[in-house]
Design a protein around this ligand. Structure first.
Ligand code: DC
Length: 211
């Protein structure tokens, strides 16, 4: 069983994916962390995020340890991840790992939940269940703002909102694997919902599929 959960930044897809995976005993892969880890190395090695070849080499040489380094969730790394993820070589370098994870979930698990931008459209177009989790830009910026403040980052809301718009624009309009709902995805707008309500909606759909 493969469950694909796509959507823009801070829509709540990570929280939902983690909860769904836990409830079903499935493996969970946050595919954004692959792009973030690539971006972090690119920044650390002072490679230009527009240098397609340099970024592709970094993605090709990514190791499991790179996914565990501190600082992957920062806004700076998120923006750089959005840039490097528009490079076709980076995307194809990371594709096989994601497909392998979905086809052979680790630890003998019988299913996998992957969240990202292109899981239902490109990585796992045959996924059994697809969700597209979204929310208004303002609600998402507010959530990200609180998250960053709680993590001790000195941010202002207007700037977070602006960066959210920039990131949406880049992720949605890139030529390769742009952010968009798969035709057969169930869209969940989380703007007025809390995490429990989102989980409940998803749980009903999963239960109907399993019946
Ligand atoms: O979900 P996130 O904020 O951790 O993702 C960081 C960036 O990585 C996002 O702006 C676009 C890119 N990304 C992608 O292109 N495809 C994915 N499947 C996941 C993330």
């Amino acid at each position: 069983m493969i469950i694909a959960i796509d959507g823009p930044a801070a829509a709540g897809k990570g929280t939902l994916a983690r909860r769904v995976a836990e409830a079903l005993g499935y493996a969970y892969l946050d595919t954004g962390s692959l792009y973030r880890a690539t971006a972090k190395k690119v920044l650390d090695q002072q490679i230009d995020p527009d240098d397609e070849q340099g970024c592709t080499v970094v993605a090709l040489n990514l190791t499991p340890t790179d996914l565990k380094v501190a600082g992957l969730r920062s806004e700076e790394v998120g923006q750089a991840a959005s840039k490097v993820s528009a490079i076709p070589g980076v995307r194809s370098a990371l594709l096989r790992f994601q497909r392998d994870f979905a086809a052979n979930p680790p630890d003998g698990k019988t299913g996998a939940v992957l969240d990202g931008r292109d899981i239902g459209t490109v990585v796992c177009p045959d996924a059994d269940i697809k969700f597209f989790v979204t929310a208004s830009t303002e609600v998402r910026a507010e959530r990200r703002f609180k998250e960053l403040r709680e993590a001790g980052e000195d941010v202002i809301y207007a700037r977070v909102l602006e960066e959210m718009r920039e990131r949406d624009e880049r992720d949605t309009n890139r030529a390769v694997a742009p952010l968009k709902p798969a035709e057969d995805a169930t869209v969940i707008d989380t703007s007025g919902l809390d995490a429990d309500q989102v989980f409940e909606q998803a749980r009903e759909i999963v239960a109907a599929k399993q019946a």
